[in-house]
Ligand binder design. Structure first.
Ligand code: ZN
Length: 242
């Protein structure tokens, strides 16, 4: 099976469409949460993913849009974007988001948004949080999003500690040797200084993980955000990828 693994779409339809085209052909989508929040097209992104065979877990922004999290924990711009998103979401979109689980296990893979310890909020950003995370899932691999940074943590069982690496774009990394935590980066709001949409192809026949980046028409998303009165800082950050 060839899985398109995406995360943190953040209602950026132009980015999502570009990724769907660039990644084809694939058998199934695994989405690691935050379909909505920040961007201008929440309903369109929720509808689009349902055109494909897919599995999706809930992210903190999905929960915030549903009113399941207090907005006090978000910064001002995120809060403004959420208030807009809450108004904008149709009952059908809300219903879909409400069904999303926080954690899924599929064969050798555990899927969560944040971390396997705290799927909605915790970031797996450094070696400390990665080491802790390895004891909260029992499958060989855990797929996470939330940080908007493409990254992998590899556990060397002999040494008992993980190392971090950023996979080279377009080069399939073989799985099988060690347990890993894999993050495909963000489709709709990358934060590693590269504004291109980030995603991964997981090939479970070859057992490889391939990080991909693709340019999308950022100006279309920015224009749509402007038209909806979304915060200027959120519009500007898309072109710098921060
Ligand atoms: Zn996110």
């Amino acid at each position: 099976m060839r899985y398109l693994v995406i995360s943190d779409i953040h209602a950026n339809r132009a980015a999502l469409e570009t990724v769907l085209r660039d990644a084809a052909p694939f058998d199934m989508i695994w989405c690691l949460g935050d379909l909505v929040g920040y961007g201008p097209d929440p309903n369109e992104c929720v509808a689009r993913i349902q055109d494909f065979e897919h599995l999706c877990v809930a992210g903190n922004h999905d929960w915030a849009a549903l009113g399941l999290l207090t907005l006090d924990d978000f910064n001002t711009e995120a809060r403004m974007a959420h208030l807009w998103t809450r108004e904008e979401l149709t009952p059908v979109s809300r219903e879909y988001l409400e069904t999303l689980p926080t954690r899924l296990e599929q064969g050798e893979f555990t899927l969560v948004h944040g971390s396997p310890r705290e799927p909605i909020w915790e970031y797996v950003l450094d070696l400390g949080s990665a080491l802790l995370s390895f004891s909260y899932f029992s499958t060989p691999y855990c797929l996470v999003g939330h940080t908007h940074l493409p990254l992998m943590f590899v556990l060397d069982e002999n040494q008992g500690r993980p190392c971090a690496m950023i996979p080279e774009v377009g080069v399939p990394v073989p799985l099988r040797r060690h347990r890993m935590i894999l993050n495909p980066g963000s489709v709709g709001q990358p934060r590693d200084g590269d504004p291109r949409a980030s995603y991964a192809i997981l090939d479970t026949d070859a057992m490889t993980w391939e990080l991909r980046r693709v340019s999308y028409p950022i100006e279309i998303t920015q224009e749509r955000m402007r038209a909806r009165g979304l915060p200027r800082r959120l519009i500007a950050r898309l072109e710098v990828g921060r």
